[in-house]
Write a protein that binds this ligand. Structure first.
Ligand SMILES: *Cc1c(COP(=O)(O)O)cnc(C)c1O
Length: 244
């Protein structure tokens, strides 16, 4: 019985290794196709529901970024991650009242979508004497009942944040609508890239456009072709999620 279990576990690790190598090759291919170098594209592993030992194995393969969705799950695994030089990001929706629980623990919060949230991150960070890097999550499809900032509000939010201490905007993040056609999907990725380029051309305190985080397991290749320089991949690396 134990032998069978350990074999299954080894199979799981082997699968993660194979997926990792495959994704790295696809990222390199898409990078070159879009006139960039493979190392210009950052591969973040989305680790929701994945146990810390599997995450640590993936880090040992060379991952430089992992992202958790939920503050509670992040905190429950926090002491067990073997991060080394791998950055831990929060990529899921963040409630203002949970900001205190993660500032100082994560290298970046990718899901800032309101002035209220940005203000709280700035306040808690300032109190700790640190600056927290964030991305602005944009609801590029203007979908109702979806997190992310309406693109029309983007400049207003950036203008506000540029006056805050303790927070620095490093780029944009998006989860586009589910699209039946790749051409439709690419339009959303291109809209994001246009915003990214437009903001890059402006000079604002505390705002720099270093990361354009978009593309997941099903569409990271297209996202890179449209200008993403960070992709967030979960199931493509770790296999289908089990929520039990
Ligand atoms: C789960 C998740 C991902 C990765 O999704 P996959 O389809 O499993 O690759 C990326 N970004 C966010 C914000 C997520 O919650």
């Amino acid at each position: 019985m134990t032998e069978k279990l350990s074999t299954e576990y080894e199979q799981r690790l082997l699968q993660v290794k194979q997926n990792y190598d495959y994704i790295m090759a696809r990222i390199a291919e898409a990078a070159e196709k879009s006139g960039r170098k493979p190392e210009d594209i950052k591969f973040l592993a989305a680790t929701k529901t994945v146990s810390y030992d599997i995450i640590n194995y993936a880090i040992s393969l060379g991952l430089k970024y992992i992202g958790e969705n939920k503050v509670q799950e992040l905190n429950s695994k926090y002491d067990d991650y073997k991060l080394g030089d791998c950055e831990l990001h929060l990529i899921g929706h963040l409630q203002t009242n949970k900001v205190k629980q993660i500032v100082g623990k994560v290298s970046m919060i990718q899901s800032v979508d309101s002035i209220k949230l940005a203000k709280e991150i700035a306040k808690v960070s300032s109190n700790q004497g640190i600056t927290t890097d964030v991305l602005i999550e944009v609801n590029i499809g203007r979908e109702e009942n979806k997190t992310g900032l309406n693109p029309d509000m983007l400049y207003e939010l950036l203008g506000e944040i540029s006056h805050f201490e303790g927070i620095k905007v490093r780029g944009l993040m998006a989860i586009p609508p589910i699209c039946a056609e790749k051409t439709e999907l690419c339009k959303y990725f291109e809209d994001m890239h246009n915003l990214f380029v437009d903001i890059s051309g402006k000079t604002m305190d505390n705002i720099s456009m270093d990361y354009l985080s978009m593309g997941m397991s099903a569409d990271y290749y297209e996202a890179i072709l449209c200008g993403a320089n960070m992709v967030r991949i979960g199931s493509g690396l770790f296999g289908a999620r089990s929520y039990t």
